[in-house]
Design a protein around this ligand. Structure first.
Ligand code: 4H6
Length: 228
C-alpha cells in the first residue's frame, strides 16, 4: 500500500514512524510519502493561503499549489484514490476503512488547514471527502494519520500473529470488547474474574460474550440494535 500525504506541516507526520507502522515501512509493506504543498506554490512569497471571497474570518488554502501537487503525484500513479479530510466529509467507519484498504493500493490524502481548501480542488481532484468524527480540529493532519493507521491494519502482514487476533471492538460481531486482564491475578486488592483463571474455554467464551453485550447495551445501544 502506497500513501501520499499532502500537507503544509510535514513534520507532524513523524508520529507515523513508530511501532507497528515503522516496522511496516521497514518491511516495504507500507510506503508513506509526505509532500509539502508549499514546494509547489508559484507565489513569490511562497504563500499557500488567501482571503475568502465573500468575506469572513480566516484564510483559505489557494488552489494552484494543491492542484499542481496532486497532479504531480498522479502522473506517476494512474490508479489512485484522493481523499480530503474535512469535518463535513462522510463519517469514517470500520467498514469504510476495510473497503478503502482492499479496493485501492494508492491513496492520496489532502490535509486542509486554516479554514480549508478552495472548493474547486474538491470538484476537480478529490474522489471522497471524509470526516473522522463530529468535532473540529485545527487541520486535517491528525485525521489523515488516523486514516493511515486504520487502513494499514488491513494491509497483509502489517499486523504480526499476536496482533492480528481478536479484531477488537467493531469486528467482535459489531459489539464492544469485553474487559481484559493480565498478571497479577490480584492487583491493589482487585481480583481477576474467577472464570478467566480456571481454563474452561467454553465458560470463558460465554462470560466474554455476556460482558460484550452488557457494555454495548450500556454505552452504545446504537451498535446493539440489529444484533441478537
Ligand atoms: C478541511 C476543511 C477534519 C479541514 C475545514 C479536519 C475536523 C476534521 C479542516 C477544516 C478538521 C474531522 C478548519 C474547519 C478549522 C473548521 C481542518 N477538523 N476546518 N472531523 N479541520 O475529520 O475550522
Amino acid at each position: 500500500m502506497k500513501i501520499d500525504i499532502l500537507t503544509l506541516f510535514p513534520e507532524m507526520f513523524d508520529a507515523l514512524n513508530h511501532s507497528i507502522l515503522a516496522r511496516a515501512q521497514k518491511n516495504n509493506l507500507l510506503e508513506i510519502n509526505v509532500i509539502n504543498i508549499r514546494d509547489f506554490t508559484k507565489n513569490k512569497n511562497k504563500r499557500c493561503d488567501d482571503y475568502s471571497y465573500g468575506g469572513g474570518a480566516g484564510m483559505i488554502m489557494t488552489p494552484q499549489p494543491l492542484y499542481d501537487a496532486i497532479n504531480f503525484i498522479k502522473q506517476n500513479n494512474k490508479d489512485n484514490y484522493v481523499v480530503y479530510l474535512s469535518p463535513k466529509g462522510n463519517l469514517l467507519k470500520q467498514n469504510k476503512v476495510e473497503e478503502m484498504a482492499k479496493q485501492h493500493n494508492h491513496l492520496i490524502l489532502v490535509c486542509g488547514h486554516y479554514e480549508g481548501i478552495d472548493e474547486r480542488i474538491i470538484e476537480l481532484c478529490v474522489d471522497e471527502e471524509i470526516s473522522i468524527g463530529d468535532y473540529v480540529l485545527t487541520g486535517g493532519e491528525l485525521p489523515a494519520m488516523v486514516l493511515v493507521d486504520a487502513v494499514a491494519r488491513y494491509v497483509p502482514n502489517v499486523l504480526g500473529n499476536d496482533e492480528t487476533t481478536g479484531e477488537e471492538s467493531f469486528s467482535n460481531n459489531g459489539l464492544l470488547e469485553y474487559p481484559q486482564y493480565t498478571r497479577p491475578s490480584n492487583f491493589m486488592g482487585l481480583e481477576v474474574p474467577e472464570v478467566l483463571l480456571n481454563g474452561n474455554h467454553g465458560e470463558v467464551k460465554k462470560w466474554r460474550d455476556e460482558q460484550s453485550k452488557k457494555i454495548t447495551l450500556k454505552r452504545r445501544p446504537d451498535l446493539f440494535k440489529d444484533k441478537k
